[in-house]
Design a protein around this ligand. Structure first.
Ligand code: PMV
Length: 347
């Protein structure tokens, strides 16, 4: 097909890893498998307008607007993304692109937008490819979108679908290092409506970029054991998803988060990303569980903010706990209420 111009818009969510991806090889191949909940409200909306160039050039030609404003500082990331995916989307240099992107969450919230942002852009480009190749199957579309998103930011490949996504070769059916797949096995009702309240402890810029972070695992003294442990934890989590054992879930997810930070703390150079308020929240969550027998558990990304995960049936009690005891540890008292979602949507 010959397509001279058009526009597509995708909304793609963020995700929160339960078993963490930390460490990668060439071409964004993860050093270990990971699994995440896809979120619902934290998302990026990206519109891509495209116009066939009259005189083909050897450049990637695009204009980029973030929340309505030109963003020169984002260009290098997009350039790099285009370079990495050009081999798989040969039409990239044949079009002029205008990209408009915005996030549902405040941009100084310390929430990384690379997963939602890169997956949204990958999906827009796939929609153009589908116009050029209308016979493309739905399955191919989804898989390739995840494949491309991975080349933008590893964890972005877990944002295309919901509700649980596995990325990285593992005994899990259909899993791959190249793209994320919907978790294929049985999931107990307990995990179908999980809530994620993101407690904004530190809304500043990330102190360690993912690139630097993953690099720290090269030559890390505990790297091999860690990668093995991630495999084991994913296998254990599969039993937990099936049985619905909330306590086992809590223990495993918290241990993954602390291990991620332990890896950073035992790297050279080291990164200590938890703040005093992060630790205060962790301690209070532990005591709350002991006292009430309920199951909120924390997890962390490479930063100080805390994701508090819990089943919907515990929402009322946990929200009161957050209001009464945790909000005081959040910067400007801010937190974001999210929950498990169904994946990206074309709008
Ligand atoms: O996708 P990246 O390269 O930004 O890496 C994300 C790594 C963690 O968020 C810390 C863990 C994960 O699996 O999402």
């Amino acid at each position: 097909e010959e397509i001279s111009e058009g526009k597509v818009t995708w909304q793609s969510p963020s995700n929160i890893a339960l078993v963490k991806y930390w460490g990668k090889r060439e071409n964004q191949i993860p050093a270990n498998p990971s699994v995440s909940f896809t979120l619902n409200y934290c998302k990026t909306t990206t519109s891509l307008s495209f116009q066939k160039k009259e005189n083909p050039s050897n450049n990637f030609d695009f204009e980029l607007f973030f929340e309505g404003e030109k963003k020169p500082s984002f260009r290098p990331k997009i350039e790099q993304f285009f370079r990495r995916i050009e081999a798989y989307l040969p039409f990239l240099k044949e079009y002029n692109f205008t990209i408009h992107t915005s996030n549902s969450f405040p941009h100084s919230s310390g929430i990384a937008s690379s997963a939602s942002g890169m997956s949204a852009l990958a999906l827009c480009l796939m929609s153009l490819e589908k116009e050029l190749d209308p016979l493309m199957t739905e399955e191919f579309f989804t898989r390739k979108a995840s494949f491309l998103a991975r080349l933008g930011s590893g964890s972005a490949c877990r944002s295309i679908e919901g509700e649980l996504v596995v990325w990285g070769k593992h005994e899990t059916e259909g899993s791959s290092d190249l793209f994320g797949v919907k978790y294929p096995s049985e999931v107990h009702q307990n995990f179908k409506d999980y809530q994620d309240v993101i407690l904004l402890v530190d809304k500043g810029e990330k102190q360690v970029s993912s690139t630097v972070g993953h690099d720290l695992m090269n030559g890390h003294p505990f790297a091999e054991q860690r990668f093995e442990q991630a495999h084991e934890n994913l296998a254990k989590l599969q039993d937990v998803f099936k049985s619905g054992n909330l306590l086992a879930f809590t223990e495993l997810v918290e241990s993954e988060a602390l291990t991620l930070h332990a890896m950073m703390m035992s790297s050279r150079p080291y990164f200590l990303l938890m703040k005093p308020h992060t630790l205060a929240i962790i301690n209070k969550v532990f005591r709350f569980r002991q006292k009430t027998g309920l199951h909120p558990c924390f997890t962390l990304d490479a930063g100080a903010n805390v994701h508090l995960l819990f089943p919907k049936k515990e929402k009322e009690a946990v929200m009161s706990f957050i209001e009464e005891e945790l909000v005081e540890h959040c910067q400007d008292g801010q937190y974001i209420k999210d929950e498990v979602g169904a994946g990206a949507k074309r709008i």
